[in-house]
Design a protein around this ligand. Structure first.
Ligand code: HEM
Length: 143
């Protein structure tokens, strides 16, 4: 299965499609939390680790925030809105310098974590399509 990384011009806002509802039905909330945890652990070993909390406790909290969001966007309970309020993810990413290369690294870590779920191909592709497109919205710096 090929999970390609699209390229977009800075500031483009390509249309986003949410993951297929079967994604959370098959993987479950716990499975999403495991996938997000793996993604963050990979980020912590990557060239963009400086963006994420160094402190272990803070790092675990970041995993929770991210998993809350992913569960919500996949059609599960709105944990993120309950805990953090409206997502406004572009604003929340603005304090961090996110370059096109940073986005590629972020997606490469997700590719590993996502494939490890062992879900059927159509569900892997559906989640990948969502993050592949939406991650371009977070890029806020050329370099
Ligand atoms: C383009 C690549 C991306 C990079 C480099 C990136 C980086 C970051 C960083 C540094 C943080 C703050 C630390 C943390 O709370 O983990 C963060 C927070 C977060 N990111 Fe991203 N992110 C990217 C894309 C995305 C995408 C595509 C989504 C959603 C699909 C997302 C969802 C979130 C959420 C929900 C938070 C927590 C916000 C909060 O509650 O304050 N990120 N991200």
């Amino acid at each position: 299965m090929e999970l390609k990384i699209n390229t977009y011009p800075l500031g483009a806002r390509p249309e986003v499609t949410k993951p297929h509802p079967d994604f959370i039905n098959e993987l479950g909330e716990a499975g999403i939390r495991t996938m997000v945890s793996r993604h963050y652990d990979l980020l912590r070993q990557s060239s963009i680790k400086h963006l994420f909390p160094e402190d272990d406790q803070e790092f675990e909290k970041a995993k929770i925030r991210s998993a809350d969001f992913m569960i919500q966007i996949c059609g599960g309970p709105d944990y993120f809105n309950q805990n953090r309020g409206r997502p406004m993810l572009i604003n929340r990413h603005n304090p961090f310098t996110i370059t096109p290369e940073g986005r590629v690294t972020w997606l490469e870590c997700y590719r590993i974590a996502l494939l490890e779920t062992k879900l059927p191909e159509y569900l892997i592709l559906s989640f990948w399509d969502y993050i592949n497109v939406f991650s371009s919205w977070m890029v806020n710096s050329k370099e």
